[in-house]
Design a binder for this molecule. Structure first.
Ligand code: ATP
Length: 242
């Protein structure tokens, strides 16, 4: 078996004196889509930020594409091909769609075994996101929330990542965009990309994910195949339904 693309071992994180994550371990295999699930405040965003070294107070080991990246800085981690799409979107509102994409551009990459990673160009992204293709010159600030969400994902892909952390891609966007986002994730998986996505909603997660980790209070409470989670009403009631 090949080593996982992402391997998080006993990750803990603190905001000031408040401990948020407790020895959290998870793995994402190559080409796998894994859901990080849990209610508001369970620690999903904190897990992603801690993986990206965006939280200073943390402990534990993060291995990515065969290397220990626990001591690297966020920009060094991004350069190795670990993409992060934050929940709060962060597109440049004064720049056009095309300019936003250009900012995300990074060199082509290879997996640890030497095979080439999927290579992205604006043309290829416009096929994946037809809405964006219709507005290459639109300013970021003049786009709808759903369009901005797609642009954020597209910009991350311009970095030719090997794995992407997607923080709540379905949050606050219309049902139509949610459906498009699910189709996009399935296509990215087909292309060989690995994805860790955070999600509160099992209806979205089940459309795209192979496996799930369910968090509460910064700890993994359950993990297993998505199909098992779908069938397990007890776990859903305890950790997911509001
Ligand atoms: P959401 O669905 O709201 O994004 P989440 O599962 O991603 O939820 P986190 O955002 O990781 O949860 O929050 C985990 C805990 O950390 C919560 O109790 C939250 O209040 C706390 N927290 C988050 N950000 C900070 C911060 N900057 N300073 C202090 N506490 C924080």
């Amino acid at each position: 078996m090949t080593a996982p693309m992402l391997q998080v071992d006993k990750l803990s994180a603190w905001y000031g004196a408040a401990r948020i994550l407790y020895d959290l371990s998870l793995e994402v295999g190559r080409g796998e889509v894994v859901a990080l699930m849990g209610r508001n405040g369970a620690g999903k965003t904190t897990t992603m930020k801690a993986i990206m070294a965006l939280i200073a107070a943390r402990r534990g080991t993060v291995r990515f594409n065969g290397d220990d990246i626990s001591r690297l800085k966020p920009f060094e981690i991004a350069r190795r091909g670990l993409g992060f799409t934050p929940e709060d979107r962060r597109i440049f509102v004064d720049l056009t769609v095309m300019e936003n994409l250009d900012i995300g551009r990074q060199p082509p990459r290879r997996f640890a075994d030497g095979t080439a990673a999927p290579l992205w160009t604006p043309d290829r992204l416009f096929k994946l996101f037809p809405n964006l293709a219709e507005m290459p010159n639109r300013l970021g600030g003049r786009m709808s929330g759903g369009e901005q969400q797609m642009l954020t994902v597209a910009r991350t892909l311009m970095g030719n990542p090997l794995l992407v952390l997607l923080d709540e891609p379905s949050e606050g966007v219309s049902p139509l965009i949610v459906e498009q986002m699910a189709n996009t994730i399935v296509e990215l998986k087909r292309d060989g990309l690995s994805i860790l996505l955070s999600e509160q909603n099992i209806h979205f997660a089940r459309l795209v994910s192979d496996r799930a980790y369910v968090l509460e209070k910064g700890q993994v409470q359950w993990n297993g195949a998505m199909a098992e989670l779908e069938a397990n009403q007890d776990v859903q009631r305890a950790y997911l339904t509001v």
